[in-house]
Design a protein around this ligand. Structure first.
Ligand SMILES: Cc1cc2nc3c(=O)[nH]c(=O)nc-3n(C[C@H](O)[C@H](O)[C@H](O)COP(=O)(O)OP(=O)(O)OC[C@H]3O[C@@H](n4cnc5c(N)ncnc54)[C@H](O)[C@@H]3O)c2cc1C
Length: 310
């Protein structure tokens, strides 16, 4: 009898032959996801496919849909915990034209696959201000807009002028400010099967030295407050309204607590760091345990910020 994995592999084999002939597309079969996430954990996916234009993206998505194979977009993998068992589907990375950045007046149009670090550098070179606070957030434009990434009291959402998406039915559409909704680590783009393709950010002219100074300051603040020397996915839990998840975890006395090679950071207690060779289950166990203990003792349910795959 064919097992679930065998059936998945045979469905995948049906489409890989077609995909292999498509230019602007590269395929890594059964990649170790720990090599594609900032936590450096996670087992194998069925395949990792890098698409370099919209046509390729459509081909991959429609082939997966036809064969009933799960697919997900991966940015820099800086907000996901891929389980040790891996992800039984195709992971799609947006490369090529999806990484382009261009200026239009005081706006920058960024491809969804562009790293935020490139966006910040490009804005600095173009003497456009407003986005410097995102320096050091290791995500992509798409990942950041989807979750309304933010720090130091600012968020990316208010800078977004419009967003181009691929809808579930394959249509491409530009959404304007009025169609978009952002709140704390949430946007109305946070839906399965919606792919963010591009975003346009409304910035303002600024002197380059001022931008450089601000970027230096934000980098300093990050280095001071976060355990950047270890792999992590940034903050694990959302801050409850009017409170700080880090403070709550610290008050519980959990700072520095360790399971195997995973540790609640002693520098920032809302970070779980990989001390080298951590397993995904160790991180997940720590997260669940913190959630339960905090709830038992303080009656506060800490919602996870990071996403679990699958
Ligand atoms: C050291 C460190 C510091 C951090 N600091 C911050 C911080 O200050 N503020 C903050 O908000 N976050 C922070 N983060 C978390 C993380 O970097 C952000 O949430 C970031 O926005 C995630 O982007 P990504 O491209 O890595 O998304 P991924 O982790 O790759 O994906 C996250 C989710 O977004 C989806 N997704 C990604 N791209 C697209 C797309 N184009 N279209 C549709 N869906 C997509 C994925 O499918 C997945 O569901 C930090 C992380 C680390 C490791």
């Amino acid at each position: 009898m064919e097992s679930g994995m065998d059936s998945l592999l045979s469905r995948w084999r049906k489409i890989i032959n077609q995909l292999e002939n498509i230019p602007h597309l590269s395929i890594i079969p059964q990649p170790e996801m720990k090599n594609f996430t900032t936590w450096k954990v996670g087992g194998k996916a069925l395949a990792l496919v890098e698409v370099r234009n919209g046509g390729c993206l459509d081909e991959v998505v429609s082939s997966c849909e036809r064969e009933g194979i799960k697919w997900k977009i991966l940015g820099r993998g800086s907000n996901v915990l891929v389980k040790d068992e891996g992800f039984p589907g195709v992971v799609i990375k947006l490369g090529g034209e999806f990484c382009e950045l261009k200026r239009e007046g005081n706006c920058i149009e960024g491809g969804a696959g562009a790293p935020l670090s490139h966006l910040v550098s490009f804005a600095r070179e173009e003497c456009l201000g407003g986005i410097e606070f995102l320096v050091g957030v290791p995500g992509t434009v798409g990942g950041a807009v989807r979750i309304n990434a933010g720090c130091f009291g600012k968020e990316i959402g208010p800078l977004v002028e419009k967003v181009e998406i691929r809808e579930e039915n394959g249509n491409r559409e530009w959404l304007n400010r009025d169609d978009l909704f952002f709140s704390y680590r949430y946007s109305n783009l946070k839906k399965e099967k919606i792919v963010i393709l591009k975003a346009v950010f409304n910035l303002f002219p600024e002197e380059q030295e001022i931008l450089e100074e601000r970027i230096r300051e934000f980098c300093y603040l990050r280095k001071e407050g976060q355990p950047l020397e270890w792999p992590s996915a940034g903050s694990v839990f959302l801050n409850p309204e009017g409170n700080s998840a880090a403070r709550i975890i610290e008050e519980m006395g959990f700072k520095g607590l360790r399971l195997g090679r995973a540790q609640i950071s002693s520098k920032h207690s809302n970070f779980i760091v990989n001390l080298g060779g951590a397993k995904s289950w160790e991180i997940e166990y720590l997260m669940n345990w913190v959630q339960k203990e905090v709830y038992k003792n303080k009656g506060i349910w800490l919602e996870r910020e990071v996403e679990l795959w699958p």
